[in-house]
Design a protein around this ligand. Structure first.
Ligand code: SF4
Ligand SMILES: [Zn+2]
Ligand SMILES: [Zn+2]
Length: 334
């Protein structure tokens, strides 16, 4: 055991289980749970605006779950904060990508947690959306890329991300969801901010969740209540509470560009603790500044390029959405 592991909790002097480099604080398991909940609760109050008044309507939140630790912590904490509210309904929604050996056990974990918490669980597969299982997509990608220049250099995640978004939107509309909650932790968010900045993609920076103040036309606003919790703390929280979650990596993830950004962000955080918070704060500041300088609301900016796809009607910045283009590549190939 290292010296860090045998340190005392900075708050109650019990043995610590985690050292927070960016704050210099040690945490025992109970103080960590309290601290994580406090930060998530604070963020949730900012992002989730519930109707007030006597005749307030019920609000449905779809919690996007995958069976991994992040969405397990998201589901458990949302349940913790909202379980006594009669005007809020939580539903867990899971998209099955069709990845052998990976998705089935993780979906079982997600369903088990939802059942334990008494939350309804719904799922749909890529196949039911008219796409193909990801395992098959990965097999045909080299052939598709020979015919389509655009596909060269794409990773399986480029397809998977587009299909999953479609699946989440379908589930959310079936549930009449008012909000969709995602379990992006601080590391995920910092990586995304860096990726968007690196590409010079200001529009994506502006459209990044939370959407509370900048709803996108035709889409339930996305909220990300655990966005300030580092991955390590999410893991410690899930393990301390013994939440069922699946810890394996997707077999196609090694091809993702995100892996590179994960390493870069981790190195930057090591060298300068607090980097992840700084990146996410920067993105928030850019959003605010952009709105101020343009003398517009963020909602106007994020809706600027929102059309309906000519094929499926989904909101897109192009004439035909990416999912329909990708579906055509797959159909043309077969
Ligand atoms: S790692 Fe990529 S291919 Fe695997 S589930 Fe995630 S997005 Fe899909
Ligand atoms: Zn303590
Ligand atoms: Zn479409």
């Amino acid at each position: 055991m290292s010296a860090i592991d045998i340190s005392q909790c900075s708050r109650c002097r019990k043995p610590a289980i985690l050292y927070q480099e960016y704050s210099g604080q040690h945490y025992c398991s109970s103080c960590l749970i309290r601290s994580v909940r406090k930060r998530i609760g604070k963020e949730l109050r900012k992002q989730l605006i519930l109707p007030k008044g006597e005749n307030k309507e019920s609000t449905t939140i779809m919690v996007a779950v995958s069976g991994g630790k992040d969405s397990a912590v998201l589901l458990e904490t949302l349940h913790h904060f909202l379980k006594n509210r009669k005007d809020v309904k939580l539903i867990a929604g899971c998209v099955n990508e069709g990845i052998e050996g990976y998705r089935k056990p993780s979906m079982e974990c997600a369903e088990k947690l939802a059942n334990n918490l008494g939350i309804e669980f719904k799922s749909l597969s890529y196949k039911s959306l008219g796409f193909d299982d990801m395992d098959n997509v990965v097999k045909v990608m080299p052939k598709i890329s020979k015919k389509n220049e655009e596909v060269k250099g794409m990773s399986p995640c480029s397809f998977c991300g587009v299909f999953r978004r479609k699946g989440i939107n379908k589930l959310a509309s079936e549930m009449n969801a008012d909000y969709v909650a995602f379990g992006h932790n601080l590391d995920d968010m910092a990586q995304t901010v860096l990726m968007n900045l690196q590409k010079g993609d200001l529009e994506r920076t502006i459209r990044l969740a939370p959407h509370t103040w900048a709803p996108i036309k035709g889409m339930a606003p996305r909220i990300v209540p655990i966005r300030w919790i580092p991955e390590q703390e999410v893991q410690a929280y899930a393990m301390t509470l013994d939440l069922p979650f699946h810890d394996d990596e997707c077999p196609h993830s090694h091809q993702a560009l995100r892996i590179l950004h994960r390493d870069i962000v981790a190195k930057m955080e090591d060298a300068v603790p607090g980097t992840r918070h700084g990146l996410v704060h920067s993105s928030d500041s850019i959003k605010e500044m952009f709105a101020k300088n343009n003398n517009q609301q963020l909602s106007d900016l994020s809706n600027k390029s929102a059309n309906n796809c000519e094929k499926c009607g989904e909101i897109t910045s192009q004439e035909i959405c990416k999912a329909c283009i990708m579906k055509k590549w797959l159909v043309d190939h077969s």
